[in-house]
Design a binder for this molecule. Sequence first.
Ligand code: KG4
Ligand code: ZN
Length: 340
Amino acid sequence: MKKDLLVMGIETSCDETAVSIVKNGREIVSNIVASQIDSHKRFGGVVPEIASRHHVEQITIVLEEALKEANVSYEDIDAVAVTEGPGLVGALLIGVNAAKAVAFAHGIPLVAVHHIAGHIYANRLVTEMNFPLLALVVSGGHTELVYMKEHGHFEVIGETRDDAAGEAYDKVARTLHLPYPGGPQIDRLAHEGEAVIDLPRAWLEEGSYDFSFSGLKSAVINTVHNAEQRGETIKPEDLAASFQASVIDVLVTKTLKAVKEYDVKQVLLAGGVAANKGLRSKLTAAFTEMEDIELVIPPLQLCTDNAAMIAAAGSVMFEKGQRASLALNANPGLDISIHN
Ligand code: KG4
Ligand code: ZN
C-alpha cells in the first residue's frame, strides 16, 4: 500500500502568517492562519514593515500549532512547501527562511510554490482537477485568467493592465470611508443597495481577455466628489452595488468567453475576491446551464490567503519532482508562466 504523503505549507507573502499540513495533496490535516488585519486597519492598508515584524513574531508559534493540531512531528513530514513569490519581499523572506530552516534541520525536501498557483490549487482541496481547465484568479494583487492543460502548466491568457480587482475594491472602500480590507465591506453594502448608478465597464479590444479596473475606480471617486460638490448625497449602498455589478459583469463575461474559446472541462475560482458573494452567485448562475463544464468555488477560508493552498500546490510539484535548494530566495516579482 502506498504511504500517505504529508506536506507542510508555509505562506507569508502578505498579511497572514499561515502554516498547514495536507495529506495526499487533497486533505487538510491542520490549517493555522494568524491574521494581522487588526494591526494594518488603522493605516488603511498593509504596511510592509509591520507585516514583516508580525511574521517574525508569529512564524514559530504557527509552525508548532500546525504540527500539534495535525498530531504529527517533523519526522512525519515528506516535504515542506513555501511561497517563493510574488508578494512583499520582507514578508516572503520570513516564510522562505523558516521553510529552509525546517528543511535543513530535519532533512526534509523543500518545494517552492508560486502564490497564485497556491490560490488555484485551493480548489484541489475541494475536488480533483480536471484538465484542460480555466482559473479565474481575483485577489488583492492579481486579476488573471489562467489556462491549465495539466498540473504545473500555467498559461496566463488575460490579466489586469492596472489595478487588480481586490485593489479596486479596497480603494473604493477607502473613498466610502470603510475600514480595511474593503472587499468584504463593499460586498456587504452592495447587497443592501441597487445598481442604479451608471458606471463604466472596460471591455478593452475585441478578443482581449485582459482587464482594467482603474477607470472604474476613478469613476466611483469622481461620482462621490461631484455629489459632494453639488451638496447631494449618494446612497453608499447603491454606489457599492453599482461598482460591484460592473466588476462582476466584466469578470463573468470574459470568463464565459474564454471557456468557449478554450473548450475547458472545469472552471476554478481563486483568490481573495473569490469570497465575494455577488461573484460567487453570478458565476454559479452562469454555469448551471452548462452541463459539461464544472464550476468549482472554494469555501471562504480557502479563498483568502492560507497555507493549505500552498501545501496543496506543493504536493503536486513535489510529486512531479520539483525541488528547491537551500539557496532559495524570496522572489517578489515571480512569474507564474515559467513556474512549473
Ligand atoms: O488573495 P488575498 O487574500 O490576498 C492577495 O493575495 O492579494 O486577497 C485579498 C483581497 C483584498 O483586496 C480583499 O479586499 C479582497 O481580497 N476580498 C474581497 C472579499 N473578501 C476579500 N473582495 C470582494 N468581496 C469580498 N467578499
Ligand atoms: Zn493571495
